[in-house]
Write a protein that binds this ligand. Structure first.
Ligand SMILES: Nc1ncnc2c1ncn2[C@@H]1O[C@H](COP(=O)(O)OP(=O)(O)OP(=O)(O)O)[C@@H](O)[C@H]1O
Ligand SMILES: [Mg+2]
Length: 486
């Protein structure tokens, strides 16, 4: 954000108040030196003796100020990030009574920012008086050498006075340019940061002539897929499975076992390290990227709504989706009832990130979105948050409706969703442990069976939904839900 706003601003400043003046200054310097040379070459050379001094001072200043500016920029970025995060997460801060701590943290980074500014200002505080001093030395040299030559009769007094004036003129534009340095420094640092962002390589590239585009039938195949987010930290290890068109597959496994990762790979947010992922028998890397992603409807773990109307969130920029289709989709997933109860129905404004709607409502909207797009494949990363029973039922029906007639990959946390899937894939630390339908897996008495048993033991509340816990072995919880133990 800082790169896009503050940094671009300082580039802007360079153009609005820097460059043109500097050009004028340079012309001025060249002209004055020319006139001085024409008047008296030797005296000019004496005046210019100060140039190396000026050069040394500028070099020192340039290095210091540049480093300072770099620091200022990084630290203002940190402040921006901190503020953004804490405005968004204000409630969490309040819940945990962490106001004082947050304030302390803010004061610390704000302090760093101030220090960086003061460090930078130090260079200015020294540099400008130094330039003035060097200018004074220059004039002293002129008076000393010129006076000597006037006494010898080699120079007229008038010429000497003129020379003193000229050296004064000479230092003014030099001083001005140094002053502009302020703006220039900021701009150089800013453009470094901007270009660093612009030059980031695009990791996921579309082939120049993609082999495949258009609507997919929905045949998915993973062949010995290995994947890591960083280096050799394998998140998926030799994963192979296939899903026929129209089939639904449920991915289950404890938290961090790689379920969401599989869905990310399917939409090619990342490229895999080895193996193949095929859609309709064609490697994802040979698919036209836009076309590939158009084939998926995605309902993610945490739903993202944009500011705009309910309607525009269902349509999400696809203007070819008609109003009728929007209302149809909403009705199909039973979202219409609550939408119609809103102040302005489908035209109700949704605030930033869907504030003002409940989690369940946001989910229903995202299901309507998926249905309105009518893609060949559905990816559903089930939310783990509990919602009231009524909405829960609506959502289950919505899931069923959206899954109909298309290939679906569902990261399932609800047992009901799992049971309904044609096939269940049990992931464990990035490896496929078990595969089969509900009955088969129960008969195997493996990981899935354990999960089911824990769930079943909770009796009446077996339909409750909770997050899968971490790998650590924990006693069976009293609240119910899907549980994995090692
Ligand atoms: N963007 C990322 N960069 C680096 N590591 C990641 C990233 N996303 C996930 N991981 C790591 O990959 C592993 C698998 O994560 P993944 O999100 O696939 O888990 P999951 O099975 O979906 O878990 P959950 O049930 O909690 O959603 C985790 O160990 C996680 O720390
Ligand atoms: Mg996940």
């Amino acid at each position: 954000m800082t790169r896009l706003t503050n940094d671009v601003d300082s580039l802007n400043e360079l153009f609005t108040q820097g460059v043109t003046d500097v050009l004028g200054d340079v012309v001025m310097i060249v002209a004055i030196i020319g006139v001085m040379l024409w008047m008296d070459v030797r005296l000019t050379l004496v005046t210019l003796l100060t140039v190396p001094m000026l050069f040394a001072a500028t070099t020192w200043f340039r290095k210091g100020a540049r480093r300072g500016y770099d620091m200022v920029r990084t630290r203002i970025a940190r402040i921006n990030a901190f503020l953004q995060e804490h405005f968004a997460g204000a409630q969490t801060v309040q819940i945990f009574n962490a106001e004082a701590k947050s304030l302390q943290k803010f004061e610390a980074i704000n302090d760093d920012y101030r220090k960086a500014n003061i460090d930078t200002i130090f260079f200015y505080a020294v540099f400008f008086p130094l330039v003035d001093f060097i200018g004074a030395v220059g004039i002293a040299l002129v008076i000393w050498y010129g006076g000597y030559r006037v006494m010898n009769g080699a120079l007229t007094l008038g010429a000497l006075v003129a020379f003193i004036q000229y050296s004064g003129f000479l230092f003014q534009p030099i001083r001005d340019i140094s002053d502009k340095y302020n703006v220039l420094q900021a701009a150089v640092v800013a453009s470094h940061r901007i270009f660093k962002t612009l030059d980031l390589p695009v990791a996921i590239k579309n082939l120049e002539t993609p082999l495949k585009s258009g609507r997919a039938r929905g045949y998915i195949e993973f062949q010995n897929v290995w994947f890591a987010y960083k280096d050799d930290d394998w998140v998926l290890k030799d994963v192979s499975f296939a899903v026929s068109p129209g089939q639904s597959v449920a991915l289950v496994g404890h938290t961090g076992s790689g379920k969401t990762t599989i869905t990310n790979l399917l939409m090619r947010f990342y490229d895999i390290h080895s193996g193949h992922i095929l859609l309709d028998g064609v490697d994802l890397r040979d698919w036209d990227l836009q076309s590939l992603r158009e084939n998926f409807a995605v309902v993610l773990q945490d739903i993202f709504l944009f500011s705009g109307t309910v309607e525009s969130n269902i349509r999400l920029g696809r203007n070819d989706i008609s109003d009728e289709r929007v209302t149809w989709a909403a009705k199909e997933v039973h979202a219409n009832k609550f939408i119609e109860r809103l102040n302005h129905g489908y035209r109700t404004e949704v605030k930033e990130r869907g504030a003002g709607l409940s989690v369940g409502q946001k989910q229903l909207i995202s299901f309507a979105r998926a249905l309105a797009f009518d893609p060949a494949l559905l990816i559903l990363d089930e939310a783990t948050s509990s919602i009231d029973t009524e909405t829960e039922q609506l959502i289950q029906q919505a899931i069923e409706r959206v899954m109909r007639d298309r290939t679906s990959i569902v990261v399932a946390h609800r047992l009901s969703t799992v049971q309904r899937a044609d096939r269940i894939i049990v992931l464990h630390h990035g490896e496929i442990r078990e595969q089969g339908n509900h009955q088969q897996l129960l008969a195997e008495r493996g990981l899935y069976w354990m999960l089911y048993k824990l769930q079943y033991a909770d009796g009446a509340r077996s339909q409750a939904v909770t997050t899968l816990p971490t790998d650590e072995e924990e006693p069976a919880p009293a609240t119910g839900g899907l549980q994995f133990s090692e």
